[in-house]
Write a protein that binds this ligand. Structure first.
Ligand code: SPV
Ligand code: MG
Length: 431
């Protein structure tokens, strides 16, 4: 009997999947690989049901002889362990990520033998409706909020990108790259106070009020499903912070990060060039305690951000604060630095992990941007936030276009550097 392998990365079995199994059965004994959580997150989308549930869903399909877990979206392990005679796959290879998978399968076939059988993909209204329903479900506040905590247990490091509008939200949501033999995308989004303020032409001094910041969150949420980490600046007065916590939870935000500064907050990347005051340990611990008390759901996170390295108060001060803020109930610690060298951040993480193995650690490698995600993860970092890159990419591109039009008294010269109008009007999905 010939052996047939196909991989499912789905939460719902529909007509299209049943058709694949029917066709696969004609070729031999069918083994279905269920894509593991981490691979699903990186390749496809966040699974709404657990791996165990996905396995039993597939087991229930008539014609499936064996079910295995496929740990990687690429097929090395499948070929090494199973040596299938046939790999059956839908012929929907149009995305670059899908093409990378097809290439991988063909290369492995050359090495191990076997044959790729491509089944015409089933397009039906019902299937499209199911797909849209899953996406809509993922965007709902209850499901979205808890996803950050789940991700922390699923992936080695939660890759988070700054967004400040619906459009940047779409970039965070939809950008997928096939990088060599890996497929990658961002896990979460950061609503930065710096970028939210700059986008409005305002300084990053807690001037843009919460109502306006919430409006940005809504714009992003309308068009995305990934979890959101909100930059809450200092959190404001503790008596106000408790209301912010409730509002963020209700909206479906997963975490707020508040920094241990008080008075007029300026952006941390100014460091000691401007006057900034760090809040006392007890004062800031009380704000955390009050926030945690106000919180209604179990899955929302309040993360304490420590500015001791930014304000040159030293490593011991940073570590003392981290321990105190965890004791006060903080669900995570963000440590910040504006040094080009990641040394002090990595030292902090190593020292913190000597006594605390579990509290999530967050870093923002804007200045120390040579450090890789793998390096950070190996020092115990759980969340890496790329805090301002999309805004910094857009500004020079826009300024360049404005200058070119002024210089040439027409728009022709800049046109080749701009996204075609046809593409921009189809960028946004219609319902
Ligand atoms: C932000 O993105 O607004 C931050 C991070 O707070 S930083 O600008 O590096 O201080
Ligand atoms: Mg900020």
């Amino acid at each position: 009997m010939k052996t047939v392998y196909t991989c499912f990365c789905t939460d719902v079995i529909h007509e299209g999947h049943l058709n694949i199994i029917r066709e696969a059965q004609k070729l031999g004994e069918v083994t279905v690989g269920v894509l593991a959580d981490e691979a699903s997150v990186r390749y496809n989308r966040f699974p709404v049901i657990s791996l165990e549930e996905r396995i039993s869903l597939v087991r229930g399909i008539p014609g499936v002889a064996h079910v295995v877990v496929q740990n990687d979206i690429m097929y090395h392990e499948v070929f090494e362990k199973l040596h299938p005679d046939y790999i059956v796959h839908g012929d929907n290879w149009s995305l670059p990520s899908m093409q990378a998978i097809r290439k991988n399968i063909l290369q492995l076939i050359e090495r191990y033998g076997g044959q790729l059988v491509e089944i015409p993909y089933t397009y039906s209204e019902q299937i499209q409706r199911i797909d849209r329903q899953i996406t809509a479900k993922l965007a709902m506040p209850e499901l979205r909020r808890g996803r950050l905590k789940k991700l922390l247990n699923m992936v080695p490091i939660v890759k988070t990108i700054e967004v400040h509008s619906g459009l940047t939200g779409l970039i965070a949501e939809k950008t997928v790259v096939a990088n060599g033999e890996a497929i990658d995308q961002f896990d979460a989004m950061w609503i930065s106070s710096l970028c939210d303020s700059t986008e409005k032409g305002k300084p990053d001094i807690e001037l843009v009020d919460m109502t306006s910041r919430f409006r940005t969150i809504e714009d992003v949420m309308e068009v995305t499903t990934k979890p959101i980490i909100f930059d809450g600046d200092t959190g404001g007065l503790a008596e106000h912070f408790v209301y912010t916590v409730r509002s963020l939870e209700r909206m479906g935000v997963s975490a707020v990060i508040i920094e241990d500064k008080k008075g007029l907050k300026k952006n941390s990347l100014f460091g000691t060039e401007v006057e900034q005051t760090q809040a006392g340990i007890e004062e800031f611990s009380e704000k955390i305690r009050m926030g945690k008390k106000a919180q209604l759901s179990d899955d929302f996170m309040i993360i304490a951000r420590i500015e001791s390295l930014i304000l040159e108060k030293g490593m011991e001060d940073a570590l003392n604060r981290a321990r105190a803020f965890v004791d006060a109930g903080a669900d995570g610690i963000m440590i910040h630095s504006r040094k080009k060298d990641p040394g002090e951040i990595l030292t902090f993480c190593d020292r913190f992990r000597e006594t605390d193995r579990t509290t999530p650690l967050v870093v923002v490698p804007s200045s120390f941007n040579s450090v890789t995600e793998d390096e950070l993860a190996s020092h115990g970092v759980n969340i890496c936030i790329y805090a301002n890159q999309l805004l910094r990419a857009a500004f020079p591109a826009m300024e360049n276009a404005a200058k070119s039009i002024l210089i040439h008294h027409r728009a022709q010269e800049i046109d080749s550097e701009l996204m075609p109008i046809k593409q921009i009007i189809t960028l946004i999905d219609e319902l």
